[in-house]
Design a protein around this ligand. Structure first.
Ligand code: FAD
Ligand code: SIN
Length: 514
């Protein structure tokens, strides 16, 4: 089965990134011919392996894709692309079968599948694996298939540019972290699967590799990017001085965990009829308001009285993390606060994962398919990775070619070209100026700061490139958030607190001028 590895030269496709989108795309694409999978850290690194709650799929007895679609549209606050979301929910059963074929084993309740429940889902429809270690279970299964297949894998290899020839994708330029060597690999199709950008914020649930590289790479290659003002802040990240980023899954609230203030009072019923299972943006803002009133940097998640579930058995990963810090989920509340979690925006793609540049595809968190609108429904992102990775590969295999049609009203944009001296500079700036609550004044100040960063040569290192890409992302995000003078989904402006459908029931798209 194994082809001789190709160290250089021509591939049928290059996949950038080895999260769920990249691993799945590489596996599916390997049926077409030689595939190169490059990834900037170890093969298993990415947001995927940290995923806890699970993957949404309307395959339970009392569920239907129509209901899943309705919940997805409701969460997306008026900006979900219905046709794309329909593809997402209707493809779910087939993609779940594919995952099982690749060796993913989802949890069951005796003889039937176990479904978890998360915020804004009307039904329990979230499949999980190894309790709350869903992402780790999926990554292990897919990565072992990749390792045994005919895919050439290059770890610690950063994609630094998309090669273009006559306006079409011709491959990728890479930088090896180990040797410092730059190389070019040719392929008629490149699939970006570089994930999100949570590491652009001071507080995040994401791993350090999540620096939004694919968005800047695609933008520099001429592709359109969109929805960058919509950054989802997860309400419940663990918050304790010195602790690493860690998520406390929403699935705990799905099983009955309750957010409480410092006096032990449950506060969410005062904010929304769905209380602790209200949409994420509402829960996150309620928490900010409670924290501000109490002068605290966290509230508490009480998991001591779940609905007939033992928190330690059902959530072994969270229990172990908390246990190492002296917190027993059966007895003690957990200190939590919101943190940057998921980028709804990204590289604009169509139903086949095509960008506006021929031969350049994007899938997973780096893509903006439109299925999440202004606010993603929990557990739809793992599903999105496989649905659109599969479709991208199908399109490449079809040989149809072409590209997504550009948006006539896309805004030409020239980034100022600077970069911060250190990664933390972007993180502080975005957390402060483009966080959970935004104002025109704050966004303008943030933009001014970005535009004052020095325009020096990019250092030929991973850190040097990441700082440059983070600056591009920050400038686009701040500009989009400043222009959108309304509040919708994850984008909340205290100076424009209402949703304004008359002016803003539309997506903002940017492309590089010239
Ligand atoms: P990732 O898994 O982030 O992978 C990106 C890959 O690209 C990495 O391998 C990275 O190293 C590589 N890369 C990036 N830039 C470059 C470059 N320039 N060159 C080479 N390689 C590069 N979603 C759900 O649906 N359900 C959940 O339960 C859930 N829980 C979550 C829990 C946590 C803690 C987090 C952080 C996210 C969670 N999400 C969840 C969101 C979901 O996990 C992600 O959206 C999804 O895994 C993204 O997959 P991906 O393949 O697009 O990107
Ligand atoms: C969680 O487990 O709370 C995360 C689920 C998601 O982000 O979809």
């Amino acid at each position: 089965m194994s082809d001789p590895p190709r160290a250089d030269g021509q591939y049928r496709a290059v996949v950038i990134g080895s999260g769920m989108a990249g691993l799945f795309a590489a596996l599916e694409a390997s049926a077409m011919g030689p595939v190169l999978l490059i990834t900037k850290a170890e093969l298993h690194e990415g947001s995927t392996r940290h995923a806890q709650g699970g993957i949404a799929a309307a395959i339970g007895p009392d569920d239907s894709p129509e209901q899943h679609l309705a919940d997805t549209i409701a969460a997306g606050a008026g900006l979900v692309d219905e046709a794309m979301a329909r593809i997402l929910v209707e493809s779910a059963p087939r993609r779940i079968r594919d995952l099982e074929r690749y060796g993913v084993s989802f949890d069951s309740d005796g003889s039937s599948r176990a479904f978890g429940r998360e915020g804004a889902h009307r039904n329990a429809r979230v499949l999980h694996a190894r309790g709350d270690r869903t992402g780790a279970a999926i990554t292990t299964a897919l990565a072992s298939q990749v390792a045994s297949g005919r895919i050439t894998v290059r770890e610690h290899t950063l994609a630094t540019a998309i090669l273009l020839a006559d306006g079409k994708t011709g491959g990728v330029v890479t930088l090896s972290e180990n040797t410092g060597t730059e190389r070019a690999f040719e392929a008629p199709a490149v699939i970006l699967a570089t994930g999100g950008a949570g590491a652009a914020f001071s507080h995040t649930t994401n791993p350090p590799v999540a620096t939004g590289d694919g968005i800047a790479l695609a933008f520099e290659a001429g592709a359109e990017v969109t929805d960058l003002e919509f950054y989802q802040f997860h309400p419940t990240a663990f918050r304790q001085e010195g602790a690493p980023p860690f998520l406390i899954s929403e699935a705990l609230r799905g099983e009955g965990a309750v957010l409480r203030d410092g006096d032990g009072q449950a506060f969410m019923p005062r904010y929304h009829p769905l209380a602790d299972l209200a949409p994420r943006d509402i829960v996150a803002r309620a928490m900010v308001s409670e924290m501000r009133a109490a002068g605290s940097d966290h509230v508490w998640l009480d998991c001591t009285a779940l609905n007939g579930v033992d928190p330690i058995e059902r959530f072994p990963g969270i229990a172990a993390f908390c246990g190492e810090r002296g917190i027993d989920l059966r007895r003690d509340p957990v200190p939590v606060a919101p943190a940057a979690h998921y980028l709804m925006g990204g590289v604009r793609t169509d139903e086949w994962g095509r960008t506006t540049v021929p031969g350049l595809y994007a899938c997973g968190e780096s893509a903006a398919t439109g299925v999440h609108g202004a606010n993603r429904l929990a557990s739809n992102s793992l599903l999105e990775t496989v649905v659109f990775a599969k479709r991208s590969v199908e399109h490449i295999a079809s040989g149809t070619g072409g590209a997504m049609a550009p948006m006539p009203d896309s805004t030409p944009f020239v980034p100022s070209g600077g970069a911060p001296r250190e990664h933390a500079g972007v993180q502080r700036l975005l957390w402060e100026h483009a966080g959970i609550e935004r104002t025109g004044e704050g966004l303008r100040a943030g933009l001014e700061a970005v535009r004052s960063w020095p325009t020096t040569e990019v250092e030929p290192s991973r850190e040097g490139h990441e700082r440059r890409w983070l600056a591009v992302l920050a400038e686009l995000l701040l500009s989009a958030a400043l222009t959108r003078e309304e509040s919708r989904g994850a984008h909340f402006r205290t100076d424009f607190p209402e949703r304004d459908d008359a002016r803003w029931a539309r997506r903002q798209v940017f492309h590089r001028a010239g």
